[in-house]
Each structure stands twice: as C-alpha cells, then as structure tokens.
Design a protein around this ligand. Structure first.
Ligand code: ADP
Length: 524
C-alpha cells in the first residue's frame, strides 16, 4: 500500500498514542501532545483563513520556542513550506532570503522586528507577530499569534492531497562566502532524516531532549520531528545560557542533548556546574564542527556517566550523514583508540553512502591516512539549490554531493575530517589540516577554545595562526604553548607562528567559530 510519508505523521502519532503526556516544555508553559496538536491545527486553520496555500513559503524569525515547534507541523500540514531563518544573519541577508525565497508570510518574534527591512521586502503579504518577552508593541503591523490561534478551529479534516515529494521546508546556508543558498526539503526527506538515527537507538518515549541547537538549523538537527515521532519530550532552550541549561536539565530530568563544540566549552567552563544535579543526562552528541580532544576530555571529566560522541553533516544532507557511535565489536579496543573514534566524524548511517575521493573522483585507501574529499549520496541529501543551477552543478556531480570537507577513512568506515577544503593551510607546499593543530592546542589544560587558520607568510606562502581563549584564571604564554606543541610531537612547520589570546572568538548563529572572520583579520 502506498501511503505518502508526511512530516505531520509524527504529530498525528504522538497525539494518538501520547495525547495525555507532556510533550513540550517551554519556560513555565507545558503542553500535552493533545494540547500541542490542537494548537498546531488552529495554526493550520489560521493560515488557511489568511489565504496561505499549498507551495507558499512561510518564513519565521524566532528563537527555540513552542511556537517555532508548532510552525514545524502547522505549516507543512497544509502543504505550505516552512522557512526558519537564522536570526543571526544580518538584516541585509534576511531581506535577501525573504526575497529570494518569495516568502508570502513572515512570522516574527516582536523582539526581532529590527532585523527586517520591511520596505525592501518584495513578496511578503502577511505578517504574524509572535508576542515577545519585552511586551513592546512591534514596529510591524500584523496578526498576533495567540489571538489568531484562539480564533481558529482546532479541527482539521482535510489531508490536503499531499504527496511525500511535496516540499515541506526550506533552509538557507549561512552564506559565509557569498549570498546564502536556499534548499528545499520534501516531506519524504524530513521523514527519513528524522527516523534514520533511530537505527542507532538514540531516542524513545523516555527521551527528554533539550532543544539547544537552534530549530532554524536543520530543525535542531532533525530533533523537531524525531522526538515527536517517538513520543519523547521537547524541552525548549531559547538562549544558550549555562545556568538556564543546568536548571532545565535538573528540573526536567533531561537525558539527551546535542551541542556544537563551542557550546560544550561554554557549558563545561560554567563555575556552578557542580551545584546542579545533572545525573539524568545520558547522551551528549557534538556536531557542526570538529570535536577537539580538549573539549572531549573536559566533557568526559564533567559528565563521566554519559555517552559522548560526535556526528557530522551539512544542511545539504538534512543534518547528520555520519555518526561516531562506537560499534559493538570495537568495544574491546584500548580506551585511547575508542576516544579517537568517538570524536571522529563517525561512520555512515543507513541512508547515506559516504566516500572519500581524490581529485579524480577515485576512492582513496581506507587506511586512516590517505586524504580526500567527503562525498555523499542518499535519501536525505538535497537535489540542488533553489534557483541556482550553476551552484548545483558544481556541488552535485553524477549523483554525489561534494561536501568541501577533506577527510580520511579507516578500515572500519570511520571518517576523520582534516579540514574544510577552503581552510587547509598550505605552508611551503605541505598541507596542514587545522584540526590536527587545534587538537593538540585544545588538550592543554589552560586552553578553553581554539581556532587555527592560515596566515600569510613571506617565505612559506601560508603559516598556521592560532586564536586562543584561555580557561578562567588560567595563564599561558605563547612560548609555553609552542613548547607544549613540540612536546606533543607536532611537526615544526605545523606549530603556529602567530598566537593571539582573545576574550572570545567570533561565532555564527549556531555557535560555530567564524574562521573566515579570523582569517580576514590576518589577510588585510
Ligand atoms: P555552514 O557551517 O557552512 O554554514 P552547515 O551548517 O551546513 O553549514 O555546516 C556543514 C559543515 O559543518 C560541514 O561541511 C563541515 O565542514 C562542518 N561540520 C559539521 N559537523 C562536523 C563535525 N562533526 N566535524 C567537523 N566538521 C563538521
């Protein structure tokens, strides 16, 4: 029997099977799945009453909130396309995204109305205002979200004739090089992306998940749908503040969370960490950027009872394509080797084929040494970029997505990223992967955060430069760090010639370090 796979299947199932269970917690608000489902239906009906139709783009600017989660189901339910926008983009970029996508409706937190240049918008006809914390009247006129829901029916009878190949969501890249690029995800893509990690047994109905990764970033790495699918509990985190995170973990007995490495560093350095009962946590997954040895060590020290591992993916693969679970038959390896595997980018999931290829498109040896570009193919990989056939042709070649990431693969299928292709440091003709240098520096106890980028060098062309944030009350000089790198066996040409200590590192909307900005400061 062919029944289309729809993103809204998850909510229907949660409402039917877990209706009385608290499914969503947001600050002091708690919603059972029945209540959550009712709100989603009201939202869908409100959108229909506003004239939103199948295929229309509904853009949203909000932090992680129950409303943003409701939009994840209420918009695709009627065949419209949800476009969650990264709130850290500049107003110019947000305007670009709204115009490029042809969004018809903008749902916006009233505290964020300053992000929108309303007179520059070409396609937006309707505005919905999400009541903000500051309760100040917004500068954008529009329908207010709560009254809109109250005035709409909670009954949905139509199936809207949807097919699994219909688009359900749209995302844009962060646009660090040029304009952000848009991509469409179909209902089928979302369905498969949400469920493929269940092969690893990561979630079930006892899962209490902290939504720490922004939902505008690949649906909080797919968890908007996955947690609903299994009838788990969503705990919304509007801002990455360590005290709030600890309070929520303790109060809600959170047992699963995911972070980018810089979030993990911020959390483990929080001075009051020991004052909270965080014993409910079972799984911490790190992705978005390399999990460095130093970050892994500190996480293991602070959360010794947790399973901690990395995952790798891109917006173009609907988040993860590989995950660093420890395969059962490798459990007997020495601890150090297991740690290396669990901080690597991991191995391909059921639906993703992963290859590492040289410049001619041939597979490199799977010996953990030979490097090549990661290419991926699978059911959760996009078909192409929105309105950019040339970019698509450059990125998807013969049915394989070229990631722009350089990695090795070992004989067990685990891949290890050496660097992004554009960030590799070429010094005197030798390639230096910034990740190797960062790993060594991060393992120094005085280092809280590190980023290594290419600096210009008269003789060698390029040389590594390290930007470092020290741990609280720690002291370290450049000479001491250089001596440490030598002791740790880093080859001379890989040791940074430029070492800058900073109060913080520039970060993007998902908390990843913006290496492009650091580089720019060196290449003026
Ligand atoms: P961007 O960060 O470029 O805006 P994405 O959010 O789609 O876009 O990030 C995808 C990129 O993030 C990957 O191509 C890779 O370079 C990096 N990345 C993601 N996860 C990991 C990881 N676990 N280790 C190393 N790099 C990662």
């Amino acid at each position: 029997m062919y029944v289309p796979l729809l993103a809204t299947d998850f909510l229907r199932h949660a409402v039917q099977q877990y209706g009385k269970k608290t499914g969503v917690v947001d600050g002091d608000k708690r919603f059972t799945y029945a209540q959550f489902g009712e709100r989603v239906h009201r939202l869908s009906n409100a959108l229909i009453d506003m004239g939103i139709k199948k295929g229309d783009r509904v853009a949203v600017l909000d932090t992680n909130s129950h409303r943003l989660l409701e939009l994840h189901f209420g918009v695709p339910q009627i065949g419209a396309i949800l476009l969650p926008i990264n709130i850290r983009l500049s107003p110019r970029e947000i305007t670009y995204v709204l115009n490029d996508s042809g969004a018809r409706c903008l749902v916006i937190n009233e505290d964020m109305t300053g992000l929108v240049e309303r007179d520059q918008l070409k396609s937006v006809e309707r505005y919905i205002i999400l009541e903000g914390d500051e309760q100040k009247p917004g500068s954008i006129p529009g329908e207010r979200y709560e009254p809109l829901l109250e005035g709409s029916s909670a009954i949905i009878e139509d199936d809207f004739g949807l097919d699994e190949q219909d688009p359900a969501e749209m995302f844009y890249t962060s646009g660090t090089s040029g304009n952000p690029k848009g991509m469409l995800l179909t209902h089928r893509t979302l369905w498969l992306a949400a469920t493929k990690d269940l092969f690893f047994g990561v979630a079930n109905d006892r899962t209490v998940y902290l939504q720490a990764i922004p939902l505008f970033h690949a649906n909080c790495w797919r968890k908007a749908h996955m947690i609903t699918a299994v009838g788990g509990r969503h705990v919304m985190l509007p801002q990455f503040r360590p005290a709030l995170i600890c309070e929520l973990i303790e109060r809600e007995k959170v047992n699963y969370m995911e972070m980018v490495p810089t979030m993990a560093d911020t959390l483990t350095q929080f001075g009051d960490l020991d004052k909270y009962d965080l014993s409910s946590l079972e799984r911490i997954v790190i992705g978005g950027a390399p999990l460095l040895e130093g970050t892994q060590n500190t996480l293991m020290e602070k959360f010794p009872w947790c399973v901690i591992h990395a995952g790798y993916g891109m917006s173009e693969t609907s988040s993860c394509g590989t995950t660093a679970h420890l395969k059962e038959h490798l459990r007997g390896l020495p601890d150090e080797q297991k740690k290396v595997l669990m901080r690597s980018q991991g191995y391909a999931d059921m639906l993703t084929r992963v290859r590492i290829v040289d410049g001619n498109g041939n597979d490199v040896k799977h010996d953990g040494i030979a490097m090549g570009e990661i290419i991926m193919r699978g059911n959760t990989v996009i078909d192409g970029y929105w309105g950019l056939p040339e970019e698509t042709k450059k990125t998807i070649i013969d049915g394989w997505l070229y990631s722009g990431d350089i990695a090795t693969m070992n004989e067990d299928g685990y891949i290890t990223i050496v660097d992004r292709k554009k960030d590799i440091i070429i010094s005197g003709g030798e390639n230096i992967g910034s990740v190797e240098v960062e790993n060594v520096i991060s393992s120094h106890p005085a280092v809280a955060e590190v980023a290594v980028v290419a600096a210009p060098h008269e003789k060698w062309g390029e040389t590594p430069a390290a930007f470092i944030v020290l741990a609280e009350n720690a002291r370290l000089t450049a000479d001491e760090l250089i001596a440490y790198c030598r002791e740790e066996g880093l080859s001379g040409f890989k040791i940074p010639r430029i070492i800058e200590f900073k109060a913080d590192l520039p970060k993007g909307g998902t908390g990843k370090v913006l290496k492009s900005e650091l580089k720019r400061s060196l290449w003026k």
